[in-house]
Design a binder for this molecule. Structure first.
Ligand code: FEO
Length: 395
């Protein structure tokens, strides 16, 4: 997308689409790309809000120059120092030497370390404003959503909240930028996947931020990734509120690790039990082959989780163990958990899953199933029973 687009009075989208990064944070696949949304607000003075990732400087600076239409850039508001939004600050300052850079007390050490910039910096406090003539920009810190220096910027004139990562999602813009220009099913799943991978660990801080921002009279929410909300900001707020309260839908994720198909057969029996229990939303994932971000996304969506692993070198199968580590990091709550393991010459998997269950403190649903070598008909019957019990527990 090459155009600089007007997104509110005196306000321009100067972001970029990135279809070339395969893995966001070198971790999370980007099958639909990702957008780095950045903005320019024109008053008597001019201000940019956030920038883009380093390789996209040329695209970004062309758009900034188009928006400025021959004027200089006076201010850059840095809502967040992670390099996908702050990657070109040094070059922007070089292009506009008179630029003054705005951040909070937690921003400035990062600005110095990443870009060597200490001069022409304005340190703002939570709630402080900058009048650029025609627009008053107010800065609100939202610590740990998802970095310590994270903040949002509110333009009272256009009632626009530049929310940075908050309310963001994966997926590049396919023509339309706004919620009224794309079908909800095109952005909601990618917004949840972004939440589950990037933000979920900080759900408590998201709740704090939502309460704080509820005092603002917001008409538009413009994040730094994904869809811009102008038609119905309520849907974005409602989703964020629900996800950060860890409110879930009726459904079950079944994730397994299997070397020779025996644990997979147990997982399939669990799924059958869930289905016979009347639950339609069952998501079966092979932890070794499925995109972990999709598993995390669906775990964040649904109330039920069943983990089944074979034993590998006396321990839990590595791909399932890696999923458990990521889950512990995100501190899931208000969910129900079923576990099952298999072994041949040494036990290990079920013990590891029991330890996982102890750590995450989710409500356990039985029966636990442990299978030696290949599941018998009786073993599969117990897996079916586990599935039925899960279905009842998520009702
Ligand atoms: Fe999109 Fe935390 O950077």
């Amino acid at each position: 997308m090459h155009k600089t687009l007007s997104v509110a009075k005196d306000t321009w989208w100067v972001g970029v689409n990135d279809y070339e990064t395969d893995l966001f944070e070198s971790l999370w696949p980007l099958p639909q790309g990702v957008a780095y949304n950045a903005y320019v607000v024109l008053g008597d003075k001019t201000a940019a809000v956030d920038t883009v990732k380093g390789p996209w400087f040329d695209d970004y600076i062309d758009k900034v120059a188009t928006a400025l239409d021959g004027r200089a850039l006076d201010y850059l508001v840095v809502n967040h120092m992670e390099p996908d939004h702050a990657g070109v600050i040094g070059r922007l300052k070089h292009t506009y030497p008179g630029l003054e850079i705005i951040g909070n007390a937690k921003t400035l050490p990062l600005l110095k370390e990443y870009h060597g910039i200490e001069k022409d910096v304005i340190q703002v406090k939570d709630g402080e404003s900058l009048d650029i003539g025609g627009h008053v920009l107010t800065f609100h810190t939202i610590p740990m959503v998802h970095w310590p220096e994270s903040m949002v910027t509110f333009d009272a004139t256009t009632r626009t909240l530049f929310s940075n990562d908050a309310f963001g999602g994966y997926g590049a813009h396919e023509g339309g930028l706004f919620d009224d220009e794309k079908p909800r099913e095109r952005w909601e799943g990618e917004m949840l996947r972004y939440y589950a991978t990037i933000v979920a660990r900080y759900s408590g801080m998201v709740q704090t931020a939502l309460k704080k921002l509820s005092a603002l009279d917001i008409a538009n929410i413009y994040p730094a990734h994904g869809t811009l909300f102008r038609q119905d900001i309520g849907q974005a707020i409602e989703l964020y509120d629900r996800w950060s309260k860890q409110e879930t839908e009726r459904g079950v994720v079944v994730a397994y690790g299997s070397m020779y198909g025996n644990t997979r057969r147990m997982a399939e029996a669990v799924c059958r039990g869930i289905s016979e229990g009347g639950v339609k939303d069952v998501r079966l994932y092979d932890a070794a082959r499925s995109d972990t971000s999709l598993i995390l996304r669906d775990i964040w969506r649904y109330k039920g989780l069943v983990l089944l692993g074979c034993t590998y070198n006396t321990l839990l199968f590595p791909a399932l163990d890696a999923l458990c580590v990521k889950l512990i990091n995100r501190m899931p709550k208000k969910r129900v958990l079923g576990i099952a393991g298999s072994y041949s010459w040494s036990k290990g998997a079920l013990d590891a899953l029991r330890a996982f269950a102890e750590t995450v403190k989710l409500e356990k649903i039985g029966p636990e199933v442990e299978v030696f070598a290949a599941p018998t008909a009786a073993d599969l019957e117990r897996c079916l029973e586990l599935g039925k019990n899960m279905a009842a527990a998520v009702a």
